[in-house]
Design a protein around this ligand. Structure first.
Ligand code: SF4
Length: 412
């Protein structure tokens, strides 16, 4: 177990440890004015916890409802309106609940609770705009990814139908109050590969009316030319979740993805999309992500995945496996954090060695994963020249985008 000293000095270790061990919420937190965002089951799995902000501004979503969290060494305690993260009788660190925006309690004009349309994950707006992934309803046997909870969330905390108007209302509310800069769309698999067709009307309106950054996470479309079109539309991020780099494990953990697409389709799409960086509007940043789950294969295999993704010019997204209540993997133990440290160290180092644009977009804090730049303190290597380049890029991009968003708001 990490020492308290290590956890206090290196918030990335604390974020990782909380993903793996979860947290209990003590009765001292009951009542009071500051209730945070509550616990909402959204996305394919990782949004099930409590959103809090750790020291050094690390936003995180801490498991609190799963079985393993009930025996966590960590506990959230409130004392004089200050939230403290405890381990036994020791204070690990003061923390904040992620602020609950007023729009969380508002309704759309159509009468839907806005959180059933979209929710904040960290500081960006996340939307799962369509019906449940077809893998959850396939007959005779479901072929959903074994860790995934999408089929348990939709219709519970997340609505199954979200019109473009409803999404636009929530985007505007989230921009006005929460100052979001980025909207992320996520879909599962749909027969006929309709996922990009479904998303394009939302993307067009958001780009035209707000100028916000927009990303999509879908299966890899068979027509790679569709990504040229997305790039031309001003989409800023495409993300492909192949989850597992070990092909045998991929087949076991993601039977639907394996049968329908196969790992190579994911890798081809990542490689192709990364090649579009210089082939689109210069005013639109472009990032390609390859997403994996650490803890469902060996750390060595996760590191191989990181090395492959960065080698083609894409940025790895590394989630930590969470055995979510109700899923096929609910009874598996969460991963041990210690063996995952080299994975997250490599995440930072590989991005810096490949000169990838990490941590540059304004006001994007991600609660569901450890961002590459958050893992800097896990490494003893220095990349001074690359850090200078990233700092300059961040300043320029922040200035340009904030101006663009403000102009769009003035026009609205
Ligand atoms: S593709 Fe897999 S992870 Fe994605 S929604 Fe479907 S079952 Fe869940």
């Amino acid at each position: 177990m990490f020492s308290l000293e290590e956890l206090r000095q290196t918030p990335a270790l604390l974020k990782l440890d909380l993903y793996c061990r979860g947290m209990r919420i003590l009765s001292s937190c009951d009542g009071g004015n500051d209730t945070g965002r509550g616990v909402l089951r959204t996305r394919a799995g990782l949004g099930s916890g409590l959103e809090i902000i750790l020291p050094h501004g690390l936003w995180t979503n801490v498991p609190v409802t799963e079985g393993f969290a009930k025996s966590s060494p960590y506990a959230l305690h409130r004392e004089n309106d200050q939230f403290l993260l405890m381990r036994g009788s020791e204070i690990v660190a003061p923390v904040q609940l992620s602020p609950r925006p007023k729009w969380y309690d508002k309704l759309t004009t159509s009468g839907k609770k806005m959180t059933r349309v979209g929710t904040l994950q960290g500081t960006y707006l996340a939307i799962y705009p369509a019906k449940v992934c077809d893998y959850w309803v396939q007959k005779p046997d479901k072929v959903n990814c074994r860790f995934c909870s999408v089929g348990l969330n939709l219709g519970v905390d997340d609505d199954t139908v979200k019109s473009v108007e409803e999404v636009m209302e929530v985007v505007r509310a989230a921009r006005a109050e929460s100052k979001i800069t980025y909207v992320d769309f996520n879909t599962g698999h749909y027969e006929g590969d309709t996922y990009l067709d479904l998303l394009e009307p939302y993307i067009t309106r958001i780009k035209k009316e707000t100028g916000l950054l927009v990303g999509v996470q879908t299966p890899p479309h068979p027509d790679l030319g569709r990504y040229d079109k997305l790039r031309a539309m001003g989409v800023n991020r495409v993300s492909f979740c192949f989850e597992i780099f070990d092909r045998e494990r991929f087949r076991e953990v993601c039977p639907g993805k394996h049968a329908q697409y196969g790992m190579d389709r994911y890798l081809d799409a990542i490689r192709y999309c990364a090649s579009l960086a210089d082939r689109g509007p210069a005013t639109e940043p472009w990032v390609v992500n390859g997403e994996i789950i650490a803890g469902l294969e060996s750390p060595e295999s996760s590191i191989r995945a990181i090395n492959w993704v960065t080698s083609v010019g894409a940025v790895p997204t590394v989630c930590v496996f969470r055995p979510l209540a109700g899923t096929d993997y609910a009874k598996l133990p969460p991963p041990d954090p210690e063996p995952l440290v080299p994975v997250f160290r490599r995440l930072y180092e590989a991005c810096m060695e490949a000169g990838l644009p990490i941590g540059c977009a304004p006001n994007i804090h991600v609660s569901l994963v450890m961002l590459p730049e958050e893992c800097k303190e896990l490494s003893t290597r220095h990349y001074r020249w690359q850090e200078l380049k990233l700092a300059a890029l961040k300043r320029g991009l922040g200035w340009y985008l904030n101006r663009r968003f403000t102009k769009a708001e003035a026009r609205a």
